[in-house]
Design a protein around this ligand. Structure first.
Ligand code: NAD
Length: 254
């Protein structure tokens, strides 16, 4: 197993890619600290991991709140003794995030809090434990939209995800000497609930599909198996990297 004896904290793990990553990492031998605002789903995912022979604990938390994150990390450490992998996955993409002219200050702040500040907070409370044990892998989920402009703007989302890339480089440099690695994944459009509001018609769907050289939208496994590599010791010389996984979209001029 690729994550034997490791402990992973995965944010936003009640649904979507976070949930699938939790289940995969558990199958690979890791103990999982799940967290989400979706409590019922989170409890169910943890129970199903345990029923399948894995180890998992669900701690409800809004990762945009310092107090919640502090309690989450304390609960995880007290259950499993350590945190080897911090997977900053929680994110939102509200339809109210559009152009600079139309986006409200409230929407802007909400997206910065959930998509960027949450990673700052999780790192703030987890990194001291990683320094103590002189090892750790931090995985930040950014987005391909950071690299491209779009005629359908989501300004706050793109800016928050861009901030994660800057933070990724800085953490890699600061904490590399303490054995802590930090990398980011930049997914293209993946089939999860997050994008449902964008794919409301065949026309909208096909417009996006026509831009993808590999001819399909992404699947959850396209992302989480790369995260598994980053979480494992197989990537022990990989840090500060931004991996784009987007079916070739961001390489496509025409
Ligand atoms: P999803 O909506 O299926 O899952 C996100 C999870 O985060 C949900 O369970 C949600 O309840 C949780 N969450 C939201 N706010 C939270 C908060 N404040 N505290 C704790 N948990 C919270 O989305 P997904 O598609 O699985 O996305 C996962 C990550 O991947 C996100 O950061 C997203 O921005 C990023 N991403 C997704 C895509 C895509 O196409 N789906 C593309 C690029 C990047």
């Amino acid at each position: 197993m690729r994550l034997q004896n490791k402990v992973a904290l995965i944010t936003g793990s009640a649904r979507g890619m976070g949930r699938a990553a939790a289940e995969l990492f558990a199958r690979e031998g890791a103990s999982i600290i799940l967290t989400d605002i979706a409590e019922q789903d989170g409890v169910e995912v943890a129970a199903s991991i345990c029923a399948n022979g894995g180890k998992a604990l669900f701690v409800p938390a809004n990762v945009a709140r310092a107090e919640d994150v502090q309690q989450l990390v304390e609960a995880g450490i007290s259950a499993f003794g350590t945190i080897d992998i911090l997977y900053n996955n929680a994110g939102i993409m509200p339809t109210s995030d559009t152009s600079v002219l139309d986006t409200s200050e409230e929407t802007w702040d909400q997206i910065m809090d959930v998509n960027l500040k949450s990673t700052f907070l999780c790192c703030k409370y987890v990194i001291p434990h990683m320094i103590e044990q002189q090892r750790g892998s931090i995985i930040n989920i950014s987005s391909m939209v950071v690299f491209l402009g779009c005629t359908v703007p989501q300004e706050a989302y793109g800016v928050a995800k861009g901030g994660l890339l800057a933070l990724t480089k800085s953490l890699a440099i600061q904490y590399g000497p303490a054995g802590i690695r930090c990398n980011a994944i930049c997914p293209g459009p993946i089939n999860t609930g997050l994008l449902d509001h964008l794919w409301t018609s065949d026309e909208e769907r096909n417009r996006r599909l026509s831009r993808i050289p590999l001819g399909r939208f992404g699947q959850i496994n396209d992302i989480i198996y790369f995260a598994l590599y980053l979480a494992s010791d197989e990537s022990s010389w990989t840090t500060g990297s931004w991996m784009t996984i987007d079916g070739g979209i961001s390489s496509n001029y025409f």
